[in-house]
Write a protein that binds this ligand. Structure first.
Ligand code: PEP
Ligand code: MN
Length: 367
């Protein structure tokens, strides 16, 4: 997979890149004010500005469109940093390229649609422009990877991902639930891809942006894209989540950009020993789990022979309650213990269901 290495590309702040700018480009004054502030703080590696805004319902501000692109060119000339814009169709791509936009990104509502992604990819054949792909609205890793693969397939050489969280109507904390695990899975599947975190769209409210940004760095993300507006309350879109420049600079000062261990040979000896011990414990954990499932299979054989239901609620309640209590006594959180036990139980039920459904199962040997 071709990737966009922010650092090699001369972008960024240390190992990380900070992308800042308004949700939407609104007026020349808004852009000039932001440039005045950003000029004093050199940490900003790239400027973002939405020009075509995907709004859920019509009637809201849908972006200035192509006429905003000269304003981004102005930013580029003043701040001497690359500018990036969201493109959602081939007309947007054409306009962005015509106006010398440096980096494109695919928005969450576009990543969900492979037809749109492919059309955009085809329009970029032979164009050497860096491109970032936001995660789709729904927590579907394959769609996110698929969009990156489609772009890779047409030969785009500098690719990165943006993690902006996932819609979850039941979540009361986030505007878009981070689902950190899924972003980490992308890292596992495509280790060479850099992931920029967008704490603004995850948090949905300015006072939570810093906490989300810090978590993203704790997870080893490669940069942050933060919506910034000279007067957030007056913003024409996403007013609630944008930071003003002072808040942005305080955030950059306030979070810790931790280093990463990139190469195995950089690992200090004592850390290596601790990791070896962890590997050993994991091996034991897996052996123990396997023993446990072996017993589960024997209980399954008994249930099958005696026509008993797989799920026995009384027993299960005793097992979870007592294990959670034991775990909490050993300094593990109740939430973790609960999800661990639920996951073991789910797997046990599935094994016994398979066993009962399979009429040809060999009788189990009793150990
Ligand atoms: C944006 O970055 O302003 C935007 C519309 O984001 P998303 O595609 O993540 O909703
Ligand atoms: Mn926005």
């Amino acid at each position: 997979m071709n990737t966009l290495k922010m650092k090699d590309w001369g972008l960024g702040f240390g190992e990380h890149v900070i992308i800042a700018g308004p949700c939407s480009v609104e007026t020349e004054k808004q852009i000039d004010d932001l440039c005045d502030s950003f000029e004093k703080e050199p940490q900003i590696g790239m400027f973002r500005g939405g020009v075509w805004k995907p709004r859920t319902r019509p009637g809201n501000f849908e972006g200035l469109g192509e006429e905003a692109l000269p304003l981004l060119q102005k930013v580029k000339n003043r701040l001497k940093i690359p500018v990036c814009v969201e493109v959602a169709n081939t007309t947007h791509v054409e306009a962005a390229l015509k106006h010398g936009i440096d980096v494109l990104w695919i928005g969450a509502r576009t990543t969900v649609n492979p037809f749109s992604v492919q059309e955009i990819a085809d329009s970029l054949k032979g164009v050497d422009i860096p491109l970032m792909v936001k995660n789709p609205i729904n927590p579907d890793l394959a769609l996110w990877m698929g969009a990156l693969e489609r772009m890779n397939g047409v030969g785009i050489k500098k690719l990165a991902a943006i993690h902006r969280g996932f819609a979850d109507p039941y979540d009361k904390i986030y505007r878009n639930k981070p689902n950190w695990n899924l972003a980490m899975q992308l890292k596992l599947e495509l280790p060479e891809i850099e992931i920029i975190n967008d704490p603004s769209h995850i948090a949905g409210k300015s006072e939570m942006v810093q906490a989300v940004a810090q978590r993203a760095l704790n997870f080893g993300m490669d940069g942050l894209m933060i919506e910034t507006h000279p007067h957030p309350k007056k913003a024409w879109s996403d007013a609630r989540q944008q930071l003003n420049p002072t808040e942005l600079f305080n955030l950059i000062k306030g979070i810790s950009f931790r280093g990463r261990i990139d190469f195995e040979n950089q690992i200090p000896e004592n850390l290596k020993e601790m990791r070896d011990s962890i590997d050993h414990i994991d091996q034991k954990l897996i052996d123990l789990l396997s023993d446990r499932f072996h017993l589960i299979d024997q209980v399954g054989a008994y249930k099958k022979a005696h026509k008993l239901s797989v799920y026995q609620s009384g027993r299960w309640k005793d097992v979870t309650d007592s294990r959670i209590k034991l775990g909490v006594e050993k300094n593990m959180s109740e939430k973790f213990m609960k999800s661990l036990m639920i996951s073991i139980h789910d797997e046990s039920i599935k094994r016994q269901e398979r066993q009962i459904a399979n009429k040809d199962t060999e009788p189990l040997k009793i150990i």
